[in-house]
Design a protein around this ligand. Sequence first.
Ligand code: UGA
Length: 431
Amino acid sequence: MKLVIVGTGYVGLVTGACFAEFGHSVTCIDKDEKRLEILKSGKCPFFEPGMDELLDKHINKTKLISFKSNIKNNLENSDIIFITVGTPIKRLEEETDLSAVWQVAEEIADNIKKYCLVVTKSTVPVGTTREIKKIILGKVDQKLFDIVSNPEFLREGSAINDFIRPDRVIIGTENKKSENIMKELYRPLFLKETPIVATSIETSEIIKYASNSFLATKIAFINEVADLCEVVGADVQQVAHAMGIDKRIGSKFLNAGPGFGGSCFPKDVKAFASTAKKKNIDLSIINAVNKSNQDRIIKISDKIISNIENKSTICFLGLSFKPNTDDVRDSTSMKIASKLFEKGFNIQCYDPEAMNNAKKENSNLVFFNSAYDACEGASAIIIGTEWNEFRALNFKKISKILKEKIIFDLRNIYTPEDLNELGFKYYGTGK
Ligand code: UGA
């Protein structure tokens, strides 16, 4: 099939590369010429395991992926056009900014010449795909297109695997014709018995927000349980483990920590609640999840501050919002590090991949080339992100260069026993 993907951000690029892996021919479109130059050279503009190799394969060897800077002249012969542009949250209104989506819909409408599907893969509030249809119908006969909602469930750091071995694929359509075309597109997954769930467009749009919001709820829930565990001397990791064995609950997304971050959960819980509010529905649980997660940054910063006597230098390990990504958008590590800096601490930090992005966001932090360099002279270590390289640190070596042996293990990657033995004061999360 001939696919056009508009927007070469995270979702667009992973989608394009993986569809090329399925054997489809993919044209990726983006207005950002600098980004296109990087892409044309076969490199991925962000860190995502496996993406450099996949792009190199399909740009240089199979030649299934090409890059273009405009929609005009590039929709010809395309079977499916994916909209994968960004849908950020507006700061004040806490509503989704759909301006890029509307603009792309207009441009698509100007250039459709033969029957094709127009698919929203960007995360959009319920009703958006139908609005896109209205825009296109303003210029194009209904016979020449159908609209589809096909949300993505890609986690940064494991996006290729999530695309190629998904738990499910959601296809929201208005008719059988478009449903069958989408099923043909995903045939390699269908053959592997991946559940393909065909729904209406509105149902599909809600599935995306309900899924992300539910996972965010699980995290916020276990984080509050962790607070109680700390006060009464219980261990949240054991609580979560035992809860998770119950198949009705499940063990995933029950790891207590500094709160959920990234470009999706924080934005999506706000957008879900604000979309519902417009329809006079109060998603009170989701509102509470949002508040609980926002309050957590202050709670954790206060806990750190109140347990460090020597208020000088802190070593902060891990800045990305989770491991295996260089993304620091809405990263809890960045927020806590900034709070501590505001309180007068000097922050020495290190992250395996996210330092360039972190520098752009907060130039007050001091950056080092290794975890050990960042520990030099510090009064405490904070582990903010559970990168594998922090899981076996040489604490004997670290003991010699620290000023005081205090560790805040926000992601619970060590046990108090491990570190108390080496003379550290250990503070985990919920234990
Ligand atoms: C999330 C969803 O997991 C994807 O399915 C979805 O497609 C994506 O958003 C999106 O909407 O595009 P992602 O933001 O990459 O993916 O990251 P997650 O692995 O879901 O983690 C989100 C945050 O929750 C991170 O800050 C992580 O550290 C935190 N988290 C996760 C916890 O604190 N505890 C957990 O048990 C799991």
